[in-house]
Design a binder for this molecule. Structure first.
Ligand code: UDP
Ligand code: MG
Length: 343
């Protein structure tokens, strides 16, 4: 089936709300009601993009029913369950709003909080994150790992947020179009976007109990988050020129190895002692080989980054705004310049 949908190059309305949905049948009608009330209250032009992430309950029918009588809702049905990150990525691709708000379908976030998030956004931020100050979830299995993760992500990315895991966040159009998401990376968007140069703020939001159904995640998520964290830290730290980082490590390690073997050589030549059975010799050889490996890994990583940037036309810089003067006003008097050239 053909569809009129096309990815927007620039925003055409004020607000897009993106909702990932996996088996939330019992929440959808209430979600529609609460969200509509909240968004009407805000009074901006909006669209809602609901992504049905391969639900196998009645979510699909219920979403279609909502869309049938509410023109502002658009539904994307995935062929199977691809995960929350993929669902959000599909929403971001489709979004046409200047501000893109993400929210969970289970009503753990309160749609009424969107108004305060937008108010903050209007102060001139690119990302405004919800911060669940009174979380309702179990301490040991949910809040403790997430507090630790928030600390580590904040430290290692320089974007300090108390609650990376809160889905209720608002992003500028440029941010959602600019970040590439894989795995479970949706919770790291503010960190990934730090690459672009973003202004980030936090707003305390309510955390409510899930309305219906159960959480889609267990403790296993913690491990995925840790692995994702490693990737994010790597991506951020080594992004443009991995060779600089690997190369520095390579020079350091290789340098120590070379110094050690120089010492051993001098030692042998001056004292006529045997050095063949010295553990230091093995260490020196090991360090020199490691040094070469670091440098060559750096070169390979550099080539991969090149492919990444060039194949996707990824810029190495991001512009917040362009203020372009008209050609006439840029060049005060082209005639006089020409006259000067003729003279
Ligand atoms: N979700 C999704 N695909 C998945 C898992 C979850 O779209 O594979 C949606 C889910 O329907 C909900 C949101 O992501 O709207 C957050 O999921 P959940 O409430 O289970 O996470 P928790 O609140 O327990 O962190
Ligand atoms: Mg939830």
């Amino acid at each position: 089936m053909s569809s009129p949908w096309q990815e927007a190059q620039e925003p055409v309305l004020a607000l897009s709300v993106v909702i990932p949905i996996f088996n939330e049948a019992g929440n959808i009608e209430r979600l529609h009601k609460e969200l509509t009330a909240a968004l009407r209250g805000i009074g901006r032009d909006y669209e809602v993009i609901a992504i049905n992430d391969g639900s196998n309950d009645k979510s699909a029918q219920l979403l279609n029913a909502v869309q049938a009588h509410d023109q502002r809702w658009h539904i994307i049905h995935f062929r199977r369950n691809f995960g929350q990150t993929a669902a959000m990525a599909a929403g971001f691709d489709a979004a046409r709003g200047e501000i893109v708000v993400t929210i969970d379908a289970d009503l753990q976030n309160d749609p009424q909080d969107i108004a305060r998030i937008l108010a903050k956004f209007d102060e001139g931020y690119d990302i405004v994150s919800g911060w669940r100050q009174n979380r309702k979830e179990p301490f040991l299995l949910r809040r403790l790992p997430s507090a630790l993760a928030n600390r580590i992500i904040s430290r290692s990315t320089g974007i300090h947020l108390h609650d990376y895991g809160c889905t209720l966040k608002a992003y500028h159009f440029d941010v959602v179009k600019g970040v590439q998401l894989y795995g479970e990376l949706h919770r790291f968007i503010p960190a990934l976007a730090s690459q672009m140069g973003v202004r980030v703020a936090e707003v305390p939001v309510a955390d409510r109990a899930r309305r219906w159904g159960s959480s889609k995640y267990g403790f296993g998520r913690t491990f995925k988050v840790i692995l994702d964290l490693i990737v994010v830290v790597f991506l951020l730290g080594y992004f443009n020129r991995p060779l600089y980082v690997f190369g520095a490590a390579g020079f350091l390690v290789g340098g120590v190895g070379t110094a050690l073997s120089a010492y051993l050589t001098v030692f042998k030549l001056l004292t006529e002692n045997k050095i063949g059975d010295r553990p230091l010799l093995q260490l020196a050889a090991l360090l020199m080989v490691l040094g070469v490996q670091f440098v060559s890994t750096g070169i390979v990583a550099d080539m991969i980054m090149r492919t990444y940037h060039e194949s996707q036309h990824k810029p190495i810089y991001y512009v917040r705004e362009r203020r372009w003067s008209k050609p006439e006003s840029q060049d005060p008097s082209p005639e006089s310049a020409e006259a000067g050239a003729n003279a």
